[in-house]
Ligand binder design. Structure first.
Ligand code: NAD
Length: 498
């Protein structure tokens, strides 16, 4: 939706299953965004002043508040995002694991490092200290409205930054709830340590240009490219967590039942609206029939809906239904065979599972992110061929390989930010593992120590402890003997190399 933001503009979010209004907010324009960033800058000083221990306490109180209000929060997630309550709880559980990890590991990951001086600077003591960046602007998507933005928010906070967060226009109520929980859990702290700005793309664009010290974006690749271009104008650094087209490889020696079970959930869970959801399967031909049979049986009874028995909910964003329909239609027109579901499976806002066999490798269903409960399956001669086809994508976010004997070898060959061996999404559930993509899947990493380092900057401090008589080099009074000694040291250290 394109429109000019103004103070009179409002944003309404709705239940994607029923269209019932969940909340209505005034849209923040560029001036309101700048004001939020200025307030966050003031709050950042108090937050930094707490040190690692004080911040850890505040983050752990936040975590406990979220868990203790889980029923209310999960119900809100169900209403505004559409996912079943158990899926909402699972998302919350993973979210608090990450808050906990970031809070407890920030001190170690961001500890100062002593640097040994070289012989020409033997009189120096060197240390590299990590400093917070200041204010981090976080722009989030709607598909995992707690877990995905939190991958930036918790780690930025633990590293000592304040956060200005723009949730997706589809999950604004959840975004406000998440940030308000921090304030409720920490009433003694100043406002604005996590500030929320509300709006659509225009508000996000205003945040990029607001003078924040870094933008942490999670969303689609086209938006990521626009954000990177806008951020370049002020050299604002970015971490971009974008789209994917994750592949699974099922090798000749795979546990086929385990692979089919993981692929069924990995492709269809959350209505396929998972950045690291499985969208392509490359299956070694010897096990194809077995794999397809097991996948079909695993998917029997799996369906979309909003009733208590439904496996997953509606598509959260109405326009995505059209993308899924276009991909399926095109794939079938090009000879793809629907072995589970088909065009009839699309009954907006719900889409039941669709599995397509033998879709040409240049079809949108194989090349572009579908972001729905669909899967393409292709038979290959060998796992090596599967690796080649999997890696041919412009994306490189997650991946999965199934093999009893050479899973690690296959994993190492994948051009992706992360790989699960004999499982689906194992890396995303472990807070210590960096998360992010290669190619058009993004830039930088969230989660783990790398995720904490993303939200800090190294500050190198070299302290001269004494002067070395006869080796004063950085002065106009430099003596010829000092240069003679320098030559000797350099020749001795670097002149002989075989
Ligand atoms: P989107 O790109 O449409 O929107 C993401 C956010 O960007 C929203 O808050 C939106 O308002 C904002 N935005 C839009 N235009 C903007 C602009 N010009 N400047 C600044 N902000 C702008 O993505 P979406 O539909 O909300 O989310 C789905 C996408 O997110 C999928 O592609 C999915 O793969 C990706 N995703 C990636 C990860 C990851 O970790 N790599 C995680 C979840 C989702």
């Amino acid at each position: 939706m394109t429109q000019t933001a103004s103070v009179t503009d409002t944003l309404t979010s709705v239940d994607p299953a029923t269209g019932a209004v969940v909340g209505e907010w005034p849209v923040d324009d560029a001036e309101a965004v700048r004001a939020a960033v200025a307030a966050a800058r003031a709050a950042a000083r108090a937050w930094v002043g707490l040190g690692f221990d004080g911040r850890k306490k505040a983050l752990l109180r936040w975590k406990a508040h979220l868990v203790n209000h889980a029923d209310e929060l999960c119900e809100l997630v169900r209403r505004e995002n559409g996912k079943p309550l158990d899926d909402a709880y699972l998302e919350l559980a993973l979210t608090v694991e990450h808050i906990d990890w970031a809070a407890k590991n920030a001190r170690k990951a961001l500890a100062p490092r002593k640097v040994r001086p070289g012989p020409l600077t033997a009189n120096f003591a060197g240390v590299v200290e990590q400093r917070p960046l200041g204010v981090v602007g976080v722009i989030g998507p709607w598909n995992y409205p707690l877990y995905t933005p939190n991958g930036s928010i918790a780690y930025a906070l633990a590293a000592g930054n304040a956060v200005v967060y723009k949730p997706s226009e589809y999950t604004t109520a959840i975004g406000h709830y998440f940030a308000a929980a921090f304030a409720k859990a920490n009433p003694e702290l100043p406002d604005g340590i996590i500030a929320v700005v509300t709006g659509r793309g225009e508000t996000g664009a205003a945040l990029v240009r607001s003078g924040v010290d870094k933008i942490a974006f999670t969303g689609s690749t086209p938006t990521g490219k626009r954000i990177m271009a806008a951020a370049a104008e002020s050299l604002t650094p970015v971490v971009l967590e974008c789209g994917g087209k994750d592949a699974v490889i099922v090798a000749e020696d795979a546990d086929v039942a385990a692979a089919a079970d993981a692929v069924a959930f990995g492709a269809m869970g959350n209505s396929g609206q998972t950045c690291v959801g499985i969208e392509r399967a490359y299956v070694v031909k010897d096990v194809l029939d077995d794999f397809l049979a097991q996948l079909k049986s695993r998917l029997a009874g799996v369906r979309a809906g909003s009733d208590a028995e439904a496996s997953y909910g509606p598509m959260t964003m109405p326009s995505q239904v059209d993308v899924v329909a276009a991909h399926v239609k095109d794939a079938m027109a090009r000879g793809g065979q629907a072995v589970v579901g088909g065009l009839d499976s699309i009954r907006a806002p719900y889409i039941d599972p669709v599995v397509l066999l033998d879709v040409p490798e240049d079809a949108p269903a194989v090349v572009e992110e579908t972001f729905g409960p669909t899967l393409t399956v292709r038979a290959v001669d060998s796992a090596a061929e599967a690796v080649e086809l999997a890696n041919a994508s412009k994306y490189g976010l997650g991946s999965a390989v199934f093999s009893k004997s050479h899973g690690m070898e296959l994993a190492r060959a994948m051009r992706a930010g992360a790989t699960s061996v004999n499982s689906f999404i194992g890396f995303a559930a472990q807070p210590g593992m960096p998360f992010g993509g290669v190619g058009e899947s993004g830039v930088g990493r969230i989660h783990g120590a790398a995720g904490l380092l993303e939200f800090s900057r190294p500050h190198s401090i070299a302290r001269q402890r004494f002067s070395i008589p006869g080796l004063a080099l950085l002065t106009f009074d430099r003596k010829p003997s000092a240069m003679a000694l320098t030559r000797k040291i350099t020749e001795l250290r670097h002149g002989r190399h075989k």
